[in-house]
Design a protein. Sequence first.
Length: 569
Amino acid sequence: MQTICLILLLVVVAALGQSDFKALLELRKGFEEDPSGKVFDSWDSKAMASDGCPQTWYGVICVNGHVVSITLNDVGLVGNFSFPVLAGFKMLRNLSVSNNQLTGTISNVGSIGSLEFLDLSSNFFHGSVPSGVAKLKNLVILNLSSNNFEGTVPSGFGNLKSLEYLDLRHNSFSGDIMSLLSQLDNVVHVDLSSNQFSGSLDLGLGNAIFVSSIKYLNISHNYLVGKLFAHDGVPYFDSLEVFDVSNNQITGAIPPFKFVVSLRILRLGSNQLSGSLPEALLQDSSMVLTELDLSLNQLEGPVGSITSTTLRKLNISSNKLSGPLPATAGHCATIDLSNNMLTGNLSRIQNWGNYVEVIQLSSNSLTGTLPHQTSQFLRLTTLKISNNSLNGDLPPVLGTYSELKPTTSLGKLPLQEVHDSRENLSLGSLPGDLPDGLKGFDVSSNNFSGEVPDNLSRFPDSSFHPGNSLLSFPYFPSSTKGSPALVNLKGGRYRMKPAIKIALIAGMVGAATIIALLSMVIYYRTHWPTHGTRSSKGDERSEGVQQEEGPSISSSIINKTPSQFTCTT
Ligand SMILES: *[C@@H]1O[C@H](CO)[C@@H](O)[C@H](O)[C@H]1NC(C)=O
Ligand SMILES: *[C@@H]1O[C@H](CO)[C@@H](O)[C@H](O)[C@H]1NC(C)=O
Ligand SMILES: *[C@@H]1O[C@H](CO)[C@@H](O)[C@H](O)[C@H]1NC(C)=O
Ligand SMILES: *[C@@H]1O[C@H](CO)[C@@H](O)[C@H](O)[C@H]1NC(C)=O
Ligand SMILES: *[C@@H]1O[C@H](CO)[C@@H](O)[C@H](O)[C@H]1NC(C)=O
Ligand SMILES: *[C@@H]1O[C@H](CO)[C@@H](O)[C@H](O)[C@H]1NC(C)=O
Ligand SMILES: *[C@@H]1O[C@H](CO)[C@@H](O)[C@H](O)[C@H]1NC(C)=O
Ligand SMILES: *[C@@H]1O[C@H](CO)[C@@H](O)[C@H](O)[C@H]1NC(C)=O
Ligand SMILES: *[C@@H]1O[C@H](CO)[C@@H](O)[C@H](O)[C@H]1NC(C)=O
Ligand SMILES: *[C@@H]1O[C@H](CO)[C@@H](O)[C@H](O)[C@H]1NC(C)=O
């Protein structure tokens, strides 16, 4: 009897194994292209072990005849992915085919009750999510992001008691957001962003478990309306760290988030929020908020002072805020208050401290001038104060308001800065002269006067104009229209048109460049016994290029001006 049982069991096991094996071969038939060859080369019908498991098949883990995991991420597979052929899998726990070019719909998935991890992200799956998904009681992670799914999310998500991560972002799902959210309870990460969900966010007492477990909730870029937490106020989020509701049509006032003590990132930008700025978000408190984005709303009233020691990034641009600039900036690195109705003296920024890297105050009604202060703003990289009513001088010390990096060696100007910079940013002169930390600078549409400090003259004309008609440029004419490829701005400032710059970079490829550079080096060696010798003025331009671009010089430029590798100091 025992023997018979054993034999029966073995037969059953083998038969099951056989069916998993066959199903995988069936699945493979749907794949049209496999650029890496990983699947096509290894998924071989002959490679079956005695337990009915395929051997050494790429991405397949099989135990005792049962496939437990299929992981085919990032292999560039093109073709159809047939869910129905997987319907018989009894032990499949992982199915992950992220970032391929697979198409298909989710069907019959409900029969794979063993699934714990389902990741179809970044493919071309389409259709709606079948109600069968609700049968996946073991599912922990469901990632359908970046596909072409549509329709409403079925009811029954409440049955998914193990679900922790739900990522549906970048699809075309629709329907009332609460009909989905109200079903969830033990989740920690929910991303429904960039879909077409509608309705209003009304989490409250009814969702106690959800509210206490959720850490990351991103419902940005949808069609949500109404007030935030209209009924019960801000729920007692015990764990919430990231909350992003930006790019919706939320109205009403910003609720105080003061009891949400774990909140690090709060983004409510691009809605129709009104009322005043909740002071608690900017002030030193028990909150640990590091990023606050309330831009593109209808907020009114004063900004108040920023005393928070955790806040690093504050963006309240494009509102209707009024009153003076905040007297202090806490520990903020980025402060964007542009496009508001702020008034009063710009000199209030002199107390904004040593943490600030980016200041954007353009398009307000600020008056006064830039503070002449030496010790502040050591980390400043961007200062944009255009379109205000500022006047007075641009203090020379501005040019040193930046993280000074010692630049002594040739071509030290960091590549990154060249890429970050605006089109017309001239590339500096002899390294060592200029602080190179300040990357963004814009004082246009004001009424500054006097001379542009030497250290600021590297910024493009658009940093100063329009406006500022009384500002004079010590080293170069304010208009460079119709300028030649390289404009000699004397004193070692050079400016190249972007298109030509690209052409120059492209031109560096090839032997001609190498030969030219070699001859240049030889020229240096033979004609330049002492370092720092001056040459006649008219010959400075390609020296400037040499300093700026290092080896990325086209041979034609070098060949045109072979005797000009001079050093201006
Ligand atoms: C994939 O599905 C499409 C449409 O159902 C079909 O035309 C095509 O032949 C299938 N490709 C493979 C390799 O099965
Ligand atoms: C399933 O995938 C998860 C995440 O990639 C991994 O941690 C786990 O080990 C996998 N389990 C199996 C059985 O392959
Ligand atoms: C879902 O997949 C995308 C793309 O593969 C990935 O970036 C994202 O982190 C995944 N989401 C979760 C919750 O694991
Ligand atoms: C929320 O989702 C949007 C769109 O998918 C994304 O750009 C944004 O970075 C996410 N927000 C956070 C805080 O992760
Ligand atoms: C602030 O938000 C606006 C609008 O969302 C955006 O354009 C701007 O780049 C943001 N500012 C900073 C400094 O990130
Ligand atoms: C300048 O600011 C005003 C509001 O102060 C705004 O209406 C106008 O569009 C801004 N101009 C530019 C060019 O940004
Ligand atoms: C701005 O403040 C500075 C320094 O406190 C002061 O010298 C200047 O007169 C003020 N300008 C205006 C327009 O109030
Ligand atoms: C600009 O400033 C000068 C003095 O620096 C002043 O005479 C002039 O009236 C100002 N112009 C405007 C439009 O405020
Ligand atoms: C430019 O900045 C450098 C470095 O701080 C400084 O030594 C130099 O004096 C400045 N030049 C001018 C003209 O302000
Ligand atoms: C760059 O400078 C040219 C002429 O000097 C001007 O026409 C153009 O608008 C500038 N571009 C930017 C982005 O400032």
